[in-house]
Design a protein around this ligand. Structure first.
Ligand SMILES: Cc1cc2nc3c(=O)[nH]c(=O)nc-3n(C[C@H](O)[C@H](O)[C@H](O)COP(=O)(O)OP(=O)(O)OC[C@H]3O[C@@H](n4cnc5c(N)ncnc54)[C@H](O)[C@@H]3O)c2cc1C
Length: 323
């Protein structure tokens, strides 16, 4: 029987659930942002572009591999054949963590393509969900009310899901056991093309943990340098409420030492704070589902974290609803 399904969140997990569910159901996705993709996003600033969330993704699960190699995505999904290193005791060691994919020309090109043909309500910040006569009602922060949903799927970071879930939801406590960590993303635009000897660098530094030359990814402009710097988890947690200018200064100073140039003099700099960036304590349930309330929850944190886990989590929630 065709059902009316509301999905909150147009990140990769929400999009993957929706693509499967539209085969049989009426589906609408609500997202508070101006575009789709969630943490697989790209920031455009002046003449630079920065993938300031997910940097790349891996594909180990057959279902994700099939999607990436399909004809629909062949122009968008490319290997990032990068000079990847990590630093140990001041030595650069090749970072052989498996095959890295990116989407081109931007990280959000993939999610934009995934969203084709879906009914998505952007700029819709869902503030409250509740049941009325056994149907779900969705309310947004701008006062709009959407009724008559048989199911609701929350495709959100766990804390954002908790803020919307009724406390009587069967799996409410399990969602609270998950831990997600914040991260600062510093985006630096340099007018010249720089060669630091690496395209990505993982650090065991107490301020920055990752630096990547975004402009080295396929399909990007290679004439100048777009650098993405991520802060280390413990440092981010400690400084999540610190003055953002101070945070930026600290990250710039640490990155200047790593890169051997004065980042404070860069042509363009902007910082972004991710409240729920990565998953330090994931669940391995795949997704959560309450049969009596007809509410489900998916996302990277349900399935080990990361892009691939989020995509599979969306597929799993769609499969459970179908059964
Ligand atoms: C800095 C950083 C680096 C990362 N690096 C990597 C990497 O290199 N490789 C990798 O595999 N993964 C990486 N990740 C993780 C990866 O981005 C995520 O695993 C994946 O994108 C999660 O997808 P999702 O659909 O579960 O959630 P999200 O992408 O977070 O999607 C949730 C969506 O819900 C929307 N939303 C939230 N609240 C509401 C509301 N109340 N109403 C409406 N909409 C709402 C948001 O706008 C968002 O679009 C990184 C993430 C960050 C932030």
């Amino acid at each position: 029987m065709t059902q009316n399904i509301a999905i909150v969140g147009a990140g990769i997990s929400g999009l993957s659930a929706a693509r499967k569910l539209i085969e049989k159901h009426n589906v609408i996705i609500f997202d508070k942002s101006r575009g789709v993709g969630g943490r697989m996003s790209t920031r455009y600033s002046e003449s630079y572009e920065f993938d300031h969330g997910a940097q790349y993704f891996t594909a180990k699960d057959e279902r994700f591999k099939v999607l990436l190699s399909s004809e629909t995505f062949e122009d968008v999904i490319k290997p990032w054949d990068s000079r990847a290193f990590y630093k140990k005791e001041n030595k650069l060691i090749p970072d052989t963590g498996g095959f890295r994919y990116v989407s081109q020309p931007r990280m959000n090109s993939f999610t934009k393509k995934l969203s084709k043909g879906l009914n998505i309500s952007l700029n819709s910040n869902v503030s409250f969900i509740h049941r009325d006569k056994k149907k779900w009602v969705i309310e947004t922060a701008d006062g709009k009310v959407y009724r008559d949903f048989d199911f609701v799927i929350l495709a959100l970071p766990n804390e954002q899901a908790i803020s919307l879930m009724p406390t009587e939801t069967e799996y409410y406590n399990k969602v609270q056991e998950v831990e997600m960590d914040p991260c600062f993303a510093l985006m630096v635009g340099l007018k010249k093309k720089y060669d630091f000897g690496w395209d990505s660098l993982r650090l065991n530094n107490n301020i920055n943990s990752w630096l990547a030359v975004n402009s080295s990814k396929p399909g990007r402009s290679h004439d100048q340098t777009a650098l993405v710097i991520h802060s280390a988890v413990e440092w981010s947690k400690k400084n999540i409420s610190s003055d953002i200018t101070w945070v930026q200064d600290q990250m710039e100073a640490a990155a200047s030492k790593t890169c051997g140039i004065d980042i404070s003099e860069a042509h363009h700099k902007v910082i972004h704070r991710w409240m729920f960036a990565s998953v330090s304590k994931p669940s391995n349930e795949g997704c959560f589902y309450d049969h009596s309330l007809k509410i489900a929850t998916c996302g990277d944190w349900c399935n080990g974290g990361r892009v691939e886990g989020a995509y599979i989590s969306g597929l799993m929630v769609a499969k459970i609803i179908e059964e």
